[in-house]
Design a protein around this ligand. Sequence first.
Ligand code: ZN
Length: 273
Amino acid sequence: MIPGKAAFYLGLLAIMAVLVQCNKDDKSINFFSVNQDIEFGASMDTIIMDDPAQFPLLSEAQYPTAYQHIRRIRDNILASGELNYKDRFPWVVKIIHNDTTLNAFAAPGGYMYFYTGIIHFLDDEAMFAGVMAHEMAHCDRRHSTDNLTKQYGIAIMLGIILGDNPSQLAEIAAGLASGLTSLAFSRQNEYEADEYAVRYLSKTDYDPRGLAGFFEKMEGQTPFLPVFLSTHPSPDDRLDQIYYHWEQSGSNPGERYESRYNDFKNSLPPVTN
Ligand SMILES: [Zn+2]
C-alpha cells in the first residue's frame, strides 16, 4: 500500500460526488459496464480498508448487532423493488467508527460507508434510511462512472481500473482537482439522488420525507460546517424538491421508527468526542 493512496482516492471520490458534466438529454452516456462499476468500487473498498488510520472500520466481530441493524435498513430499501441493480451490485455497507464526522459516502457498484457520527446525529430510522437511499441512488444511477466517462473516456478510465497507468491516474487527479474550484457544487446528481431516495422510500413503510428531516437537522448545524456540506450542495433548494417528489409519489406519511433506531444507536460503541 502506498501511503496516502487512500486519501487520494477518497479525494477523487469527493470530487466525483460534486461533478456534473451532463444535462438531462445526454445522461445515458456511460461507457463503463456494470461489472466495471463493481470492480472499480471493489478496488476503492480495498484501498479504504487498507487505511484504518483514516477509515477506522467498526469491527463486525465486536458489534454484530450494529451491522444487523444497518443491513436490515438496507434490505428494506432494496425491497422497494425500485433499484435497477438490486440483484447485481453487492450492496456492501460498512460503518466507520468516527463520532465527530457527520458523513456518508458511496463508491461505484454498491459500496457504502456510514460514519458513526451521522448515525448518532439522526433521530429516527426514516432519516437514516433517507440518507442511505440517497447513497444507494448514487450507486444505482451510476453517477461516478457516468461522470468520469464523459470527462475522460473509456480507455483512460479502464487504465485506472486495471491499475496499470499510475501516471495517467495522477494526471486525471490533477485535472479533477483543478476542476473542483469551477465545478464545485454542480447539483444535478445530488438532486437526482434525492429524488430517487424519495422514490425508493415511498415503496417501503418508511416516511419518504426522511431525507428532508436530515437536511432540516443539518441546517440547524451549519455553524459547524459539517463535512457532509463540503461534498454535497446546501440543503436550501433540496428540501422543496424532496417535498415536491413526496407529493408526486402520493404523500404517504410512512413511519419514523424512533425506538428501533435508538436500538441501532445503542448497539454502537459509547460516543467519544
Ligand atoms: Zn450525494
